[in-house]
Design a protein around this ligand. Structure first.
Ligand code: SF4
Length: 340
């Protein structure tokens, strides 16, 4: 059996706060292979960003307790010294964020910021690093890179700034790129261009990508595998075709039913998931989705509030719900499919 490039097993992340312990991630497992994209989907507070900060080692050990395994290219990261994690960041793993303005310094030219990252990790000379910055701006589609390398972030549009962020993230040819809501702040045409750019760069370099998003439409366009998270746990996992074509978990049905579709008739109403995500300090017992779920009666209400359902099977299309496969097929065909 081949070992996945990134393997996360039974990851748990807890934070100490004044109000109590936040159970941000609880028993999460997933794999990412080189050259593929995993979409991690969920509402705010579902634990998707925290998971990836843990992969990057960007948590504060004074307040955070992490258990489980994060193995990147054969190296266990949860026990790795901070110095090694710092070396890995930028070199082997890089991240792009939703808002480039908060990630790019307004006081330095984009060329300087890209070349400093390159110099820090490779020891290249100033001249070599500047050449690399121009090359990266060209690769991400910034017109006239030789003159624009000396421009400042505010001189670029939102879409172009996101391209600069991608150039900075990829300047050291990382093997894993974590993209946290990279297109949320952009309008739809620029969003499509950025997703196409990531795909194109992935084809050239074989980089593995984790794409964090609340938008299943983004996942449909950009990922091969998808993990749906709720209250710090994985509730459904599979290929994009499986999870978006024949979703099995009531939360995934809710996310899909609340998504506008270009091809749907205007008579088909959007049905948001009722209620709000739970507090991660007081996670509901049993299935954490039960206070918002309309299908407890079919599953057996005692079951849903009793034990926590586990994600099964271990590989392939799996979900964490007590409904029987026959019930899931029936409900999906009778009530959900027509909304999609
Ligand atoms: Fe709903 Fe019960 Fe399934 Fe949870 S286990 S999603 S509460 S039916």
């Amino acid at each position: 059996m081949t070992i996945p490039f990134l393997s996360v097993r039974d990851l748990t992340v807890d934070f100490d706060t004044e109000d109590g312990v936040v159970h941000a991630v609880d028993g999460l497992s997933f794999d990412v292979e080189k050259g593929t994209t995993l979409g991690i989907v969920g509402e705010s507070g579902s634990g998707k960003s925290v998971t990836n900060l843990a992969v990057l080692g960007l948590h504060d050990p004074a307040y955070t307790k992490i258990s489980g395994e994060i193995v990147l290219d054969g190296r266990e990261l949860t026990t790795a010294p901070r110095r090694e994690l710092e070396r890995l960041r930028g070199n082997k793993v890089a991240m792009i964020f939703q808002d480039p303005l908060t990630s790019l310094s307004p006081y330095h030219s984009v060329g300087r910021q890209i070349s400093e990252t390159y110099r820090r990790h490779t020891g290249a000379s100033r001249g070599e690093a500047r050449g690399r910055a121009v090359e990266m701006l060209r690769r991400v589609g910034i017109p006239h890179p030789v003159s624009r390398v000396d421009d400042y972030p505010h001189q670029f549009s939102g879409g172009m700034r996101q391209r600069v962020m991608i150039a900075m993230a990829l300047v050291c040819d990382p093997d894993l790129l974590i993209a946290d809501e990279p297109t949320t702040a952009l309008d739809v045409t620029v969003q499509a261009q950025i997703l196409d750019l990531l795909k194109e760069l992935q084809e050239q370099t074989g980089t593995a990508i984790i794409l964090i998003t609340h938008d299943l439409g983004v996942v449909a366009n950009a990922a091969q595998e998808v993990l749906v998270m709720y209250a710090g746990r994985a509730v459904e996992r599979g290929t994009v075709r499986e999870v978006l074509g024949t979703p099995r978990h009531p939360y995934t049905w809710g996310l899909l039913s609340s998504m506008p579709r270009l091809r749907s008739s205007v008579d088909v109403p959007l049905v948001p998931v009722r209620g709000t995500p739970p507090s991660l300090i007081h996670v509901p017992p049993g299935c954490p989705f039960h206070p918002r779920c309309d299908y407890q009666a079919q599953a057996g209400p005692d079951l849903c509030v009793g034990d926590r359902p586990e994600l099964s099977p271990h590989r392939g299309h799996g979900d964490a719900c007590y409904l029987t496969p026959a019930h899931k097929r029936e409900i999906f065909a009778d009530q959900i499919k027509e909304r999609l």
